[in-house]
Design a protein around this ligand. Structure first.
Ligand code: AMP
Length: 396
């Protein structure tokens, strides 16, 4: 079965075509600047990356361009569009309605629209991608895979905020969590690597990318995660503040004369390691600056690592122990210094890191020593493959 995996944002659309039996990526790429001017990047398996500038007024044109590239007589990977058997869509917020992936129909679309209040930047954009695919690929089954679904197993004590209960009842204000597809994929993969039953393990997954979150997975179920109602809570991220005293928010807003939109922009776009360093949200830049003696770059990285370590400690407490800690996503897969710094706080758990193994990037590696009481693994995430697998499971 060939699955087209779509991750649609407000002005971009990432795609992959995966052959589900071999799990081979036949082609991948991204449409960018949709509605502005338009640019498609297309890379067939084993082939060169092609970049074409072309007007893309709406997502429908973007989807059409992706499909044209896929069936191009020379560089295409499919003979015709009939070879696309299903489409898997990344959907960000499923609220409390979706605890698993679903076959998309009008009822599901309406329910996702209802959750848009909770994710105004993401859900409408995701649904535009669904509509565009429905228009161009009539009759092809579409599956929605939610970022929030994996965390619907969290118990009430983990997902309720300490605010009047009526806000949960009336407005569903609670912790939802995100990156669920990645946390689920990585925690399962860790069980396979360790050759232990998934249900027997207490796992902590650190998804450390530009957006970052930690998840406690007990017996194969998410029991807590660091992101909340929105992806702003939790870790200090590339440009997001993560946890902060709400009074600090009010104080800054008053001092800087900012309205709600202004202060939310500060917390989402101007904060995190970018705001702390005053330099960059990219850990590669922070690393080189820190090595050249830039103290603020070093401090930003230290704040990031300390926060991750604190979450790991609290999740070890929440699960009454931990068997395995996984590092994944851009920073987690590539930045050995960050991993080492985080693990330097975790000696109390009996964790020992093999500094040679910790030099590895982007490939499955056991980072802990033989004597370590907790296994520490580098597990590259693959959200597209996870979406493909979910899609096949639902469609079959
Ligand atoms: P993601 O959101 O998972 O795509 O991660 C993106 C982030 O990963 C970038 O902003 C960088 O901070 C980080 N990253 C990517 N490659 C490296 C690398 N080789 N070394 C350190 N950090 C990296």
């Amino acid at each position: 079965m060939n699955v087209l995996v779509i991750n649609c944002g407000s002005s971009s659309l990432k795609y992959q075509v995966i052959h589900s039996e071999s799990e081979e990526v036949l082609a991948k790429g991204i449409c960018e600047r949709i509605g502005i001017d338009g640019r498609i990047v297309y890379q067939p398996k084993g082939g060169e990356k092609e970049i074409t500038e072309s007007p893309m007024p709406t997502h429908t044109e973007a989807v059409k361009m992706v499909l044209d590239a896929l069936i191009h007589p020379v560089t295409g990977v499919l003979k015709s569009l009939d070879e696309i058997d299903a489409v898997g869509h990344r959907l960000v917020h499923g609220g409390e309605k979706f605890a698993a992936s679903v076959l998309i129909d009008e009822e599901v679309i309406a329910a996702v629209e209802e959750c848009s209040d909770l994710a105004p930047l993401h859900n409408p954009a995701n649904l535009i991608g669904v509509r565009a695919c429905q228009e161009v690929l009539k009759g092809v089954p579409m599956v929605g895979v939610f970022d929030t679904a994996f965390h619907q197993t969290m118990p009430m004590e983990a997902y309720l905020y300490g605010i009047p209960y009526e806000y949960y009842e009336k407005y569903k204000v609670r912790k939802y969590g995100f990156h669920g597809t990645s946390h689920s994929y990585v925690s399962k993969r860790a069980a396979e690597i360790l050759d232990k039953p998934y249900e027997s393990l207490k796992t902590i997954v650190c998804h450390l990318g530009n957006g970052a979150s930690v998840c406690a997975v007990k017996g194969g179920k998410s029991i807590d995660t660091s992101m909340g109602l929105s992806p702003l809570e939790g870790l200090v991220m590339g440009t997001r503040s993560g946890d902060i005293d709400p009074s600090a928010v009010e104080y800054i807003a008053k001092k800087e004369n900012l309205d709600m939109e202004g202060i939310m922009k500060v917390l989402n776009k101007d904060s995190g390691v970018y705001g702390l360093s005053g330099l960059s949200s990219d850990f590669r830049d922070l690393d080189s600056a820190a090595q050249e003696g830039n103290e603020r770059a070093k401090t930003a990285r230290d704040v990031f690592c300390y926060r991750v370590a604190k979450y790991i400690g609290s999740y070890a407490a929440a699960m009454n122990g931990v068997d395995v800690i996984c590092f994944t996503a851009g920073v987690g897969e590539n930045d050995g210094r960050v991993r080492e710094s985080i693990c330097s706080y975790l000696g109390f758990l009996g964790i020992e890191i093999d500094s040679e193994a910790n030099k590895k990037r982007g490939e499955e590696t056991t980072l802990s020593t033989q004597d370590s009481k907790v296994a520490v693994l580098l597990v590259p995430t693959d959200e597209e493959l996870a979406i493909c697998r979910e899609t096949v499971a639902i469609v079959s």
